[in-house]
Design a protein around this ligand. Structure first.
Ligand code: NAP
Length: 280
């Protein structure tokens, strides 16, 4: 069956590769992004492709983009909530507006697009939502606290949503990439906290130098991740979480060990807080 995909943040990077992979698989795609010209330059025109201007923070435009897609293709089978950016910097170097900007795109934009697409999926009694999380959604680390917070929000939301929509045949998969070779760490995408705090100067410098050195040197291949995403969309039993890349596998493995270790070390104290109440 030919599927219809709706992809956010498709102008470049992982989103653009997912559009190409879905088209190559013979599916229809609504490729959405902040610049419709960039979308038209990224993909050859075809009847299977609809390029739509969509900034995911522009709530009013989301419904129009979904309606245009439904008018053209009749349904949306796969939603890829990919649009996002990284805000790098230690928490105290950030301002409240930085947090709002980070969450407006990575979290509230994802909520709003999902809310707009779900009625069509429920009507079809089926669909698959891919939410781009990150290894930053699995473990917190120094230097990207607000980005980590946004991806942890995506994790909690997606796991909860998966239970709510399962009765309608709608699946949810979190994609958790490690470091992939896109513009993610490039000045054209990444934002940096702009309120230096002297106490953090040394740590901040080391973190920013580390990210800058990784820019366009990442091991992950976005085209391979896109091909896997198309494969997962065709799996009868896709996972809730998919770790992308060997670095992501290491991070998830270490997180499980850390959770298990803390739980085991403190198990007796944990259960000691149970009440000795009489059964009603
Ligand atoms: N690459 C990695 O190492 C990595 C690792 C873990 C998770 N991820 C996640 O993967 C997703 C894609 O990132 P990427 O690696 O492909 O980075 P990228 O090359 O920087 O691409 C980001 C895409 O998101 C779009 N975007 C940003 N804000 C938007 C908004 N408000 N509305 C619509 N589109 C918006 C950008 O559009 P413009 O072209 O208009 O800027 C661009 O198309 C993100 O959610 C990111 O957090 C990436």
């Amino acid at each position: 069956m030919v599927k219809t995909w709706f992809v956010t943040g498709a102008t470049r990077g992982i989103g653009a590769e997912i559009v190409k992979a879905a088209l190559a698989a013979g599916d229809n795609v609504a490729a959405t992004g902040r610049s419709v010209d960039a979308l038209r330059n990224a993909f050859p025109a075809s009847d299977a492709l609809l390029c739509l201007a969509l900034d995911v923070t522009d709530r009013a435009r989301i419904a129009a983009a979904v309606d245009t897609t439904l008018a053209r293709f009749g349904r949306i089978d796969v939603l890829v909530n990919n649009a996002g950016f990284g805000l790098l910097g230690l928490f105290e170097e950030t301002a409240p507006g930085d947090a709002e900007h980070q969450f407006a795109t990575n979290v509230f934009g994802l909520f709003d697009v999902t809310r707009a697409v779900l009625p069509a999926m429920r009507a079809e009694r089926g669909g698959h939502i891919f939410n781009l999380s990150s290894i930053a959604g699995i473990r917190g680390g120094p230097g990207a606290s607000l980005y980590c917070a946004s991806k942890h929000a995506v994790e909690g939301f997606s796991e909860s949503l998966s239970h709510e929509v399962a009765p309608f045949g709608i699946r949810v998969t979190l994609i958790e990439p490690g470091f992939f070779r896109t513009d993610f760490l490039d000045p054209s995408s990444v934002k940096t906290a702009a309120h230096p705090v002297a106490d953090y100067a040394e740590a901040s410098r080391a973190i920013h130098e580390g990210y800058a050195a990784r820019n366009h040197q990442q091991a992950g291949d976005p085209a391979k991740l896109a091909a896997v995403t198309v494969r997962l969309a065709n799996e009868p039993n896709p996972p809730l979480r998919f770790a992308a890349g060997s670095d992501a596998v290491e991070v998830v493995t270490a997180k499980i060990a850390r959770l298990q270790g803390d739980l085991d070390a403190w198990r007796a104290v944990s259960v000691s807080t149970d009440g000795a109440f009489e059964a009603a």
